[in-house]
Ligand binder design. Sequence first.
Ligand code: PLP
Length: 411
Amino acid sequence: MTTRQDCITLDQQDPLAACRDKFALPAGEIYLDGNSLGAMPRHVVARMQEVMEKEWGQGLIRSWNDAGWIDLPRRVAARVARLVGAAPNELMVGDSTSVNLYKALVAAVRLRPGRKVILSERGNFPTDLYIAQSVAEMFNLEIRYVDSTPEDVLAALDDSVAVLMLTHVNYRSGRIYPMHEITKRAHDAGALVVWDLAHSAGAVEVALNDANVDMAVGCGYKYLNGGPGAPAFVFVAERHHKEMRQPLSGWHGHARPFAFTLGYEAAGGIESMQCGTPPLLSMLALESALQVFDGIEMRVLRAKSVALTELFIRLVDEKLAPYGFGLASPRDAQVRGSQVSLTHEQGYAIVQALIARGIVGDFRMPDILRFGFTPLYVGYADVYDTVQAIAEIMHSGEWNQEKFITKKAVT
Ligand SMILES: *Cc1c(COP(=O)(O)O)cnc(C)c1O
């Protein structure tokens, strides 16, 4: 049996233990929802105070030049690029994941004229499928939905597929697709691949260029801790820059935005993926937040993430066997992201009872209890305390109360 003391010892040996102090988490709280909304790095408060008072309050319009606002998307992009194995000139920050996916999908479809299919999986995050449906309608394409295993995806590749669109780490199960192999097989079939890194960036190792990926998008407010509604990012491999055409031809993607000419002329390169004026305040917060990754290798983060999820599963096996939980995430750590999902009929109420105890996970329909382990601010004793709390909630029937059973608007 694993003891709490074993977990405290692991915390004492953890090379990332000191990172926790960089985050402004509520005292005593165990936050296991960084895969939905990352925690706030403390130093962002002072930086935003400075931004508000000096750059916006006093600098006003001058700050576009004097505070370097105009180069901000590129600066932030360089930080994100390092975390996902991209070159700085292949990644742009701005817009939301949904909007970036729209731009990338249209650009990819246009690079494969004559092909009729967008291939994706049924279990993909809904917004990804909704965006694909709109693109399919506009370009008169068909969406081919397959089941989630890599084998199902590979079996559905043929010469009618224009674009394969997949989410690298599944939001419900946390399962990781083999990015290198799937990308290669899609290329062998003549298709392009667009990967969604929403649950990957900042949590698992991603090597976009090593895997020869064509395009990718990802989220700023999950493991990158950029704050609610933080700008997202889009990656396009340099080999596609010359030919690509994205549909949202706004002035920030123009070659000379301040020439105010009549016709659109793409900036060329990744700059063309920009559209309109970015949400500066959010982007400045994201830039500041990303400093917590300075000097940290993704390899080290991933090692701790794996250790945390392995520990969680081991403790669930040891302590929760009598209570009817299932494991919805892979047991094999190699194909598991930074989350573990359990299933239980009373999942919603159990999550609410945990939140009432200051342990924040989330619930996904119909029966998934989702626990995200952000290696920057979650420790081994936190994992122990979480499983112990679930055992107590189940043993006492604490979950079985009206206030925990009634669903709120945002789960
Ligand atoms: C979180 C998430 C999104 C979020 O998209 P928004 O446009 O930021 O709302 C998109 N796709 C996946 C796979 C996600 O996990």
